[in-house]
Ligand binder design. Structure first.
Ligand SMILES: [Zn+2]
Length: 270
């Protein structure tokens, strides 16, 4: 870790020419009304930040990213013909689903782990992380929604996440949860569809609810723009390997295909 980068006088953070950009997209021309986002898709750390002072065991666990969701998101995008916009860098660098001014956006402590590379950051160092990772991702989602509007394509925002089965010592019983704040159209349909699947423990705003203070993608891109929206959280132990990711992607594709039919029948999308 290069701690010197934390102070204003040092070289500003940048990505090397061989490092991938933060935004990953699949199916940009997809016709589906569902726009998939994945804030915690990846766990890359820019080379200039080294390992953030963390061992690999910390950089690969849930505090760094949403384990398993990348495979689910990609398979869903492909099967639904849906546009996926995802962010490749670790949420330990900057959390793309937190208001950037929130203290937890660049966490000094995540669960019980202290992140040395996030200690004592200058205002400039924090702003630079936002410019490099947070802003391009959210600007892209904004632009995608604008472009869909301009061509008359409906947008139903689906924000994909995964959650750790045990957090701070507490086991979580749900297999999957829907997450929302103000939308009263899409989350009930999703809950109904998931509860019709055999043997699932489905969380209604569990293990979290969405709020303006703790979330960004749904409040800003979904609610402020008047889009139907929901978050989805899948328990990580169910999607650790490819077969689990496929099983869950297929299940969600089935459920969302039915939701699309319902939304059309209700005249909520063309
Ligand atoms: Zn997440």
């Amino acid at each position: 870790m290069n701690k010197a980068l934390n102070s204003d006088q040092d070289t500003p953070l940048r990505l090397g020419g061989h490092e991938v950009p933060p935004v990953l997209e699949l199916n940009a021309a997809g016709n589906s009304p569902f726009l998939l986002t994945c804030d915690h898709y990846g766990r890359l750390i820019p080379e200039m930040l080294g390992d953030l002072g963390l061992p690999e065991s910390e950089r690969t666990r849930h505090i760094a990213w949403d384990i398993g969701i990348a495979g689910v998101a990609e398979q869903m995008a492909t099967a639904l013909g849906a546009h996926l916009v995802a962010q490749r860098y670790s949420r330990l660098v900057i959390d793309c689903n937190r208001p950037p001014e929130a203290v937890s956006a660049i966490p000094l402590i995540s669960e019980a782990t202290t992140v040395p590379g996030n200690d004592g950051l200058s205002h400039e160092a924090k702003a630079r992380r936002r410019e490099l990772f947070f802003d391009p991702y959210h600007r892209r989602i904004d632009d995608v929604i604008d472009a869909r509007r301009a061509r008359g394509q409906a947008t139903v925002l689906v924000s994909l996440h995964s959650f750790t089965p045990v957090y701070a010592g507490i086991a979580r019983p749900w297999h999957i949860g829907t997450l929302y704040q103000h939308d009263r159209q899409l989350p009930p349909l999703l809950l109904q569809g998931l509860r019709a699947e055999a043997g699932l423990v489905v969380g209604d705003n569990e293990p979290y609810a969405v709020s303006d203070a703790t979330d960004y993608t749904i409040p800003v891109h979904g609610e402020k723009r008047g889009l139907m929206n929901t978050g989805i959280e899948i328990r990580q132990d169910l999607i650790t390997d490819v077969s689990g990711q496929t099983e869950w992607a297929e299940r969600l594709v089935r459920v969302f295909a039915e939701i699309e039919v319902t939304l059309k029948a209700q005249g909520l999308i063309p």
